[in-house]
Design a protein around this ligand. Sequence first.
Ligand code: ADP
Ligand code: MG
Length: 251
Amino acid sequence: MITLDNVRKEYSSEVAIGPVNLEIPTGGITALVGPNGAGKSTMLTMIGRLLEVDSGTVTVGNMDIASAKSKDLAKIISILRQENHFVTRLTVRQLVGFGRFPYSGGRLTTQDEEIISKYIDFLGLRPLEGRFLDQLSGGQRQRAYVAMVLCQETEYVLLDEPLNNLDIAHSVEMMQHLHDASREFGRTIVIVLHDINFAARYADYICAAKDGQIAAFGRAEEIMRDDLLTEIFNTPVQVIEGPHGPIATYH
Ligand code: ADP
Ligand code: MG
């Protein structure tokens, strides 16, 4: 379980996130949704300790992240940020290998190499493993970053808009991979999604943020409601019943 207890971040006198009180259950996928600027990335990076909280407590598993050692933290929680993915003369395999850093430092063991291969295969990157990152499409690069994060083999995985740059087919594929990772490998995945319909289809829980606060938390069928989504997204939303469950429509 991930617990945020009265967590606050004040960027300026006008922009403050929180206080956030939230419990993210262990297991499955929790989607963090909400309009631009709602505070999703801020909340995720505070959970991953890439951003310091101003006040309050974040607990991951039974670890208080404020006092955890970096090395211990990196073994239970991994995070893919929304921006500044570096693109350098690294191959896909080298990038994915960075996920093993908390375990092996710079020296990869045979076992590390096997784990790297496992995630390269898991994300269908085998034909691309020798390619340099700057020789990939945006979507292929995105998959390589997700493979790196999964390769860290942490119980908790935080992903900020990993569907950016992906077309519909690759978005569906990515969500299926993540769904499989949560089931097969028992990961707890917290994912910021732009598209509420991907959240409804693939997430076990949806957490909706608005104006720096948590506006709603629940299972998809509890969140996929006209009034609630209209309020959260500040625009008329109508939920219809699709072949796989509720779909939000707007125009
Ligand atoms: P989201 O991910 O939901 O789009 P963010 O967490 O990125 O939202 O941003 C929440 C609010 O905090 C926005 O108003 C944004 O402009 C502001 N903000 C984010 N990062 C910073 C920063 N480093 N300095 C000042 N304000 C920031
Ligand atoms: Mg964001």
